[in-house]
Design a protein around this ligand. Structure first.
Ligand code: SF4
Length: 493
């Protein structure tokens, strides 16, 4: 990765536009995968297109899930999946947190009462067994992700008992060829826990860092000194975790490009394999703890400067911009999957695994099986009641139509590869792309005129100035984008 020619000096105001180049070959004239294409930061365009919209971790998005999707619908999809015998992916949701971070918009239950953990673990055991009987025990588990909440709210014994139950139902790889990830909170999972998680088979770790500035940490109610994160990282590396991700957030109280640059200095020194850098969305009407944040949020212009600083610093440090808030080292599997055209979009952001059916277990978790998405009950009581009644806890979902499947493929190609080859989509779905998407192509003309995309008879390419706005491009192909639910989505930046 070349250093940035236009990187602002520390403390300087960010320039209006800059282009970040990659040492990897740009496929600037191809409509296939376009890995590592230059990224152009254009504040004027970012302001103009800073509209609400989904992040497309699924299509249709969870906003379109319906209450009339039943357990029987799910069972039908599962039976189809069982016949394929293909490897599976598993998501385990643990909703509990010891303490609340004021910015948080996750589905979680804040409690200091550890007794909750055992009751929850017992339901997870039952649910895993029921899911396995529907989808077929003995199938390979190519991917597993534990998220929350805080998965390490559970004791190591409880986590071990669940991993053991999963390994009895599915075939877990013992050679690290599968991707088994867990989100951890370094305040509750020390080095000994990290080593124990590695011994249980986890090989990827995601650490919530957010910001190292003590003033910001106090404001967001998440005190987590650098030394704590370093000890966790050190334990992960020495015990053989293959990849460590840091989550950062920009747009928090008191953040400035200068202060966040100091956090980035520390992060770059620690050199995690991946980074997820999220824009804080302030929605205090929806998330009442956000009202506890001090009235010191950076304004829109300052947030753009923060974003520009992040892109400049991480690119100069050798990270590849994958898309939608994600960066990775060029030798990380995520960057290699993007370069190879095999990157996938899923509920954790991006994934390197082929299109595995995904089982979701735990309160509010979402699964994707065959041509359907299914979400579990979103309250603890409803989840427990459903599991205790002897069934699954599916509360809503959606069966995809042919049009949904087509649009899901188009949106996924855009989000992962920043390009669309019309012929490839036509062959996959048996349509005439230009005729089917005549309206959408007409709309894209505006984005093309603004330099976000280029269009010709063979395909569409997201240009460097459009890479940060790829979900605006994807939204053009979203048949539900006018819905009232979509209008409530957070803004792009
Ligand atoms: S950010 Fe994570 S640890 Fe903090 S309250 Fe939300 S889910 Fe819990």
């Amino acid at each position: 990765m070349n250093p940035l020619p236009l990187m602002p000096p520390r403390g300087a105001r960010a320039a209006a536009a800059q282009t970040v180049h990659s040492t990897a070959h740009s496929t600037a004239h191809s409509h296939g995968a376009a890995p590592c294409a230059p990224l152009h930061f254009d504040a004027r365009l970012l302001r103009r297109y800073d509209v609400g919209g989904p992040r497309y971790t699924s299509y249709p998005t969870a906003l379109q899930f319906r209450d009339d999707f039943s357990v029987e619908d799910y069972a039908r999809a599962a039976a189809q999946s069982k016949r394929t015998g293909k490897p599976l992916s598993l998501y385990v949701h643990v909703p509990f947190c010891d303490t609340v971070c004021f910015y948080c918009a996750c589905t979680k239950i804040v409690t200091g009462n550890r007794a909750h953990a055992q009751a929850y673990v017992e339901r997870l055991h039952a649910e895993i067994a029921r899911q396995a009987s529907l989808l077929g025990a003995g199938r390979a588990l190519a991917q597993m992700h534990w998220g929350g909440g805080t998965p390490t709210f559970l004791s190591l014994e409880q986590i071990a008992s669940l991993v053991d139950a999963i390994a009895r139902q599915f075939v877990m790889a013992s050679d690290d060829s599968a991707e088994y990830a867990i989100e951890i909170d370094p305040r509750s999972a020390g080095p000994a826990s990290i080593r124990a998680l590695r011994a249980l088979g986890f090989n990827r770790l995601s650490i919530g860092v957010q910001d190292f500035d003590p003033r910001v940490q106090a404001a967001i109610h998440r005190i987590q000194p650098r030394a704590l994160v370093e000890a966790t990282l050190q334990a992960a590396r020495s015990s053989g975790f293959r990849s460590v991700n840091f989550d950062l957030i920009y747009g928090l109280p008191y953040q400035t490009p200068e202060s966040f640059s100091r956090t980035l200095d520390a992060v770059i020194e620690m050199a995690p394999d991946r980074l997820s850098v999220f824009s804080y969305a302030h929605l205090p009407q929806q998330f009442k703890m956000q009202r506890c944040l001090p009235d010191a949020l950076p304004d829109g212009a300052r947030k753009l400067e923060l974003l520009q600083t992040i892109i400049a610093r991480l690119s100069a440090a050798g990270y590849v911009y994958i898309g939608m808030d994600h960066f990775a080292r060029p030798d990380d599997e995520l960057a290699r999957a993007q370069a190879a055209g095999t990157l996938q979009r899923n509920f954790q952001g991006y994934s390197t695994r082929a299109d595995c059916d995904l089982i979701g277990v735990g309160m509010s978790s979402i699964g994707r099986v065959g041509d359907s998405y299914a979400q579990n009950a979103k309250t603890l009581k409803a989840y427990y009641d459903a599991i205790d009644a002897g069934g699954l806890a599916i509360a809503r979902g959606v069966r995809l139509t042919d049009d949904d499947r087509l649009r899901r493929d188009v949106i996924s190609r855009l989000m992962c590869h920043m390009a669309l080859d019309f012929t490839a989509v036509e062959q996959m779905h048996g349509i005439d792309f230009v005729a089917y998407f005549a309206n959408e192509l007409g709309e894209l003309a505006d984005l093309a005129a603004d330099g976000l995309v280029s269009l010709d008879a063979r395909g569409l390419r997201v240009l460097p100035a459009g890479r940060l706005l790829v979900r605006v491009v994807a939204q053009v192909f979203d048949a539900y984008r006018q819905s009232a639910a979509n209008a409530r989505c957070a803004k792009v930046m």
